[in-house]
Design a protein around this ligand. Structure first.
Ligand code: BG6
Length: 487
């Protein structure tokens, strides 16, 4: 029996290109689907949440194509990681991080997605970035696609609905494998592949008011992403045989609200339709039987090409990763109180506290999830995201006191350790938003996850200077002690 984390356990941190890089026209980068998400700093919290839920509309999309006004498009500025990454990596090295997860911006490599040849300045950026990580003692966990695709692939091809986008994606992946193959330790073809269902603009680039049969379109896009995932693994097996390729979902851990069988059945369905459908395809290599009934009952029709099923079966992932922020409750009671959550709102659990955004804090749920996944699949697991969004205060003396974040992280690391002792094969943990970045859901800066503070506000004002929060020193100690000293 293990008694704690192995010495080579990978404690680290994660960000994504769209939320961090900025520099949206630098060195040949093209516009991408996240660059054009509109935000108004005057929105109150409810409006920010509402605008997350209505996602993209044709009107907003077209307005952005006409003009990207400074101040309303925070994904164009990020935190300027593109120009400041050396200093940021130095801070991560100081913290002792063993692995750094970020995503590759497709539109830096192929600005329009369908270009004949890649943009070498874009490739060079990632060569330099990943070399620096290794020089600073960090492995590289590269997300190939974290939501943002070249905008031209939406305007000219309709995004993931069009199977041609799978070919463009594969061309992009081949360039990455050939130019960055020996610099990446873990590859992740898609961030949270189930996001396509819960946030279809982010996940699969669909604009709702343009779809006649929105639900079928979502599942068609998802099918194309599953095929792209399998083809990526096939390509890796051919030209990069040592590569480790993972899958990822946003994990919605769900409990029955009561022991009433109807609530338990509702929980089973939530688990199947929101979570296991995606992981079953990527790990077991086939569409699970329960989805045939779901598609039938919901009138969903998708087109598969000959050979698709064989492809999914032949090329499955090496490790399973997931984001974990909170848990939810399933009930048949329509009047049950609801609360916020990652990608979706959920039902409230009276036994849990929540973040200021209503995401229910449940460290034990992480241990439960790790056990559930490992029991089901028996492949290595990686926690690709976990953390808490909060409003932090930069004090006069430039300190940031964030005991709420330390408490959240401590309790989650404790439960990870319990899962390791339970026998779960957990290889790494990349804390989300290790440095403050633009929120993916609500597009604001004031929802911060980092242990490194960035001086930038919702209006885009600030020096962009970086400061260490109290949690920075806590995480440093946690890493140095291999997760033993959590005081
Ligand atoms: C995950 C995404 O769903 O949640 C991240 O992969 C995102 O991109 C994170 O930032 C936290 O969500 P939010 O909306 O608080 O930024």
């Amino acid at each position: 029996m293990k008694t704690g984390f192995d010495a080579d356990f990978l404690f680290g941190g994660a960000i994504s290109a769209a939320q961090a890089d900025g520099a949206f026209t630098a060195d040949g980068k093209g516009l991408d689907t996240q660059n054009i998400r509109y935000f108004d700093p005057a929105w109150n919290r409810a409006e920010r949440d509402h605008n997350r839920n209505i996602n993209m509309t044709t009107a907003r999309f077209n307005a952005a194509l006409k003009a990207i006004e400074p101040g309303h498009y925070p994904f164009t500025r990020g935190i300027d990681f593109y120009h400041r990454y050396q200093d940021d990596l130095a801070l991560m090295e100081e913290m002792g991080m063993k692995v750094f997860r970020t995503s590759i911006d497709w539109s830096r490599i192929f600005p329009d997605g369908d270009n004949e040849t890649p943009n070498h300045q874009g490739i060079q950026f990632y060569i330099d970035l990943f070399d620096q990580c290794h020089q600073r003692g960090m492995k590289v966990f590269a997300t190939i696609l974290h939501y943002n695709i070249p905008l031209n692939l939406v305007t000219e091809y309709g995004g993931w609905k069009n199977r041609k986008v799978v070919d463009f994606y594969l061309k992009f992946v081949r360039v990455l494998f050939e130019s960055l193959g020996d610099r990446v330790d873990f590859w992740l073809p898609f961030n949270e592949i189930n996001a396509g269902k819960f946030n279809p603009y982010n996940g699969v680039c669909l604009i709702k008011d343009q779809e006649e049969d929105y639900e079928s379109a979502i599942f068609q896009c998802l099918h194309h992403q599953f095929i792209a995932n399998a083809l990526t693994i096939k390509l890796a097996r051919e030209i990069l045989p040592q590569a480790k390729i993972g899958g990822m979902i946003a994990r919605f851990t769900t409990y029955p609200a009561t022991c009433k069988p109807e609530d338990v059945l509702e929980t089973l369905h939530k688990e199947q339709y929101s979570n296991y459908f995606y992981t079953d395809i990527m790990v077991r290599g086939e569409y699970p039987a329960y989805m045939a009934r779901y598609f039938h009952d919901n009138g969903i029709v998708i087109q598969k090409a000959p050979g698709d099923d064989a492809l999914l079966k032949a090329y499955t992932i090496d490790f399973l990763s997931f984001s974990y922020y909170m848990s939810m409750v399933a009930t048949t009671d329509k009047n049950w109180e609801t609360t916020g959550g990652n990608l979706v709102s959920g039902n409230k659990n009276p036994y849990l506290k929540a973040s200021d955004w209503g995401w229910q804090i449940d460290p034990i749920g992480l241990r439960i999830t790790l056990n559930q996944f490992y029991d089901r699949y028996r492949i290595p697991l990686f926690i690709a995201e976990n953390g808490i969004g909060a409003e932090d205060v930069l004090e006069q003396d430039l300190a940031i006191h964030d005991p709420y974040r330390i408490a959240y992280l401590r309790e989650h690391v404790q439960q990870m350790k319990e899962a390791v002792i339970d026998g779960v094969e957990l290889i790494g943990y990349t804390m989300w938003g290790i440095i403050d970045i633009v929120s993916c859901g609500t597009i604001e800066m004031s929802k911060r996850y980092g242990v490194i503070y960035v001086d930038l506000d919702d209006q885009g004002n600030g020096s962009l200077r970086r400061y260490k929060k109290d949690s920075f020193f806590w995480y440093q100690k946690c890493i140095a002690s291999h997760g033993e000293d959590l005081s």
